[in-house]
Design a protein around this ligand. Sequence first.
Ligand code: F6R
Length: 243
Amino acid sequence: MRVIKARDYDDMSRKAANIISAQIIMKPDCVLGLATGSTPIGTYADLVERYQKGDLDFSSVTTVNLDEYKGLNRENEQSYYYFMHDNLFGKVNVDLKRTFLPDGMEPDAKKACEDYDRVIAATGGVDLQLLGLGHNGHIGFNEPAEIFEAETHCVDLTESTITANRRFFASEEEVPRQAYTMGIKTIMRARKILLVVSGEDKASIVKEAFYGAITPKVPASVLQLHNDVTIVADEAALSKVSL
Ligand code: F6R
């Protein structure tokens, strides 16, 4: 596990974009595993800037996203599809036919998950997987549990997640109750993993996940077993560990 210390959020974003850019330059037809959430927004903005300057070409890149809400269509601003188009896909020259997310509008969870595992397998495997870190140690929507869930699966969102999401929707009924997420085994199969984390509010979970016991109760702790993980964290997120 390599830990790269960044000064602040902007520096973290630039350092993470450096690593993703290097991946695309060294292997133009690479498969990128992508994440949503607030942490990677600056990284995506930096990648867009590099593309606009002519330094980066996404035309042969394939992308697979970690997760998607069940029941939200692509036009819904809270869907991860919308997020990815808003922050990256709509702003670079990626071939949209090669951008994949779980199909949130597939009501049959078993089918949606099996289809997505087939999509990921057909890409030949993820070269570089970008991850954020949840306050409870989740990666993707793999929440603390008794076991590590292997493949893509349907997750019941916790009451606290539903409550936290309430502010983004017109009514409580519209808040998604479930999501589809890549499993831990799929994430661990990525050749390289890049985790970005920022802010003092993540300092405790950084310590627990990467310097504590490996347990499904802290899903990100499994990354300690991967042989090519880079964590790009700002000083605030690293404030509870000594490097
Ligand atoms: C999103 C995802 C989540 C987030 C995590 C951190 O695709 O996989 O695991 O990475 O919830 O979210 P932020 O970055 O908003 O703190």
